[in-house]
Write a protein that binds this ligand. Sequence first.
Ligand code: G16
Length: 560
Amino acid sequence: MNDRQKSFILYSSTNFPLPQGVRLSYGTAGFRADASILQSTVFRVGILAALRSLKTQSVIGLMITASHNKVSDNGVKVADPSGGMLIQDWEPFADAIANAATPINLVQLIDEFVKKENILFDGARSAEVLLGRDTRPSGLFLIEAAKQGVNSIVGALALDMGILTTPQLHWMVRARNKGMKATEDDYYEQLSSSFRCLTDLIPNGHKINEVDDRLVVDGANGVGAEKIQVLMKKLNGLLIEVRNTGKGGVLNEGVGADFVQKEKFYPQEFGPEDVGIRCASLDGDADRLVYFSVPSSDSSTIDLVDGDKILSLFAVFIKEQLAVLNTEGEEKISDDYQARVGVIQTAYANGASTYYLKQLGLEVVFTPTGVKYLHEKAAQYDIGIYFEANGHGTILFSESFLSWLEERCNELSSKNKDSEQHKAALRLLAVSRLINQAVGDALSGLLLVEAILRHMGWSIHKWAELYQDLPSRQIKVRVVDRTAVVTTNAETVVVKPLGIQDAINAQVAKYSHGRCFIRPSGTEDFIRVYAEASTQEEADSLAGSVTKLVDQYLGFYGSR
Ligand code: G16
């Protein structure tokens, strides 16, 4: 970096001092904390995003959101050129600059990193960063900090895309770098046209009115509530009633996918009058989706259809279409392509879902929590389907599979447009356009669920019966220092503190079909405890006894 660039950063960073005692880390999904302490972090991530753009000579994204966290929190994360999460190699640099104590330290760290990464500032190169934010009020001042961070790199351009869902920003980054049309309207157009394509291909006899047509969506009082209404206007034949639109309610408070999935209660504005209706819930930035129904009017519990069941529905549909495509018949093509299909889950996946997916003959692999890990794994398959139980996931199609599929589709079309094989190829192509290839997206996921339910002629109840979830319980425990917990084996085994894993194992052994793990959250200041067992009482009791262990080993009052 030349002196002019250094003094630019030095000068602008004096406006964003690091608050005393703040130490942040680029966690499961970027930096997250109380919004009041985040300005310096966001400014510095703006610098990082501009450098990433210079390095890759591509458009980069920067999103201001804390997704499912409470409204007073906020956060910042970076979308890489593919539209996916920031490359993990850059996370230590993100941590280092976020915690640099003074502007001079900051400039030194950046200078060293620029040299190490051989990032060129030669005037001919420019950087472009797309900025987005969710509906949190603090997003307004944080986006300004991001702009100043980007602008402190000479030749870098910050483009404020306004209020967006997180997946919309990721989608735009990907589209821009692929040379595709990339406005918000283009996003709606791609989703709605591929949804129409899928519904036009619904087999005779499975018409829309065969399933209960009413869909009610909980918008979590967040950005998804507004965006889904825009999308809906472009769709024929899909009527969605949206509740928790932000008028009157608080973001993520008693509403949203995280609440519904963890608490297994219906969200605010839902109630006994909704018995039997197909309901869906988005989270605060619309990157998660779960479905639910209210089984009876005399309790506030729900029948949850979580990310595992969304994954299973997608897997069943894709498997079915691949089987039709590969059917031997008069349209048999010589160069059959055996698509490698992989399913990616985390330790939170309900054991019954994993069993079901394996019974379908699918390859199931596990990664630690965090879309960045699941996405990376899914990208290794021709078709990689990943979902976290919390409703965050998508389907990735490899470029080589898609080009084969397009070729095959053209070939089938020229032989017999009405053949089942041709329709299966068209459906798979439409899925690849509908489902967000950059990151999990509640809006595109919801349209795919709706299209598949119509294709199958299934109600939400029929879908929920694919398999019976094992009873489970999740608990959040506040401890002195959550970073004291270190895990391995896709977060199923605790390595530190010593002794706690043996104590957990001893508890698990007391329950039939018992399973339990603990891990530090990467987005909130908690240890998460997950337990599964044969009955709800047993799952609750196992989670309760392991919570006591967490408190004993790590808590404020424990016997450390
Ligand atoms: C983020 C990540 C998800 C992760 C979730 C909870 O979701 O993108 O992959 O499952 O946090 O993570 P943790 O248990 O580490 O707090 P979101 O929707 O908040 O962006």
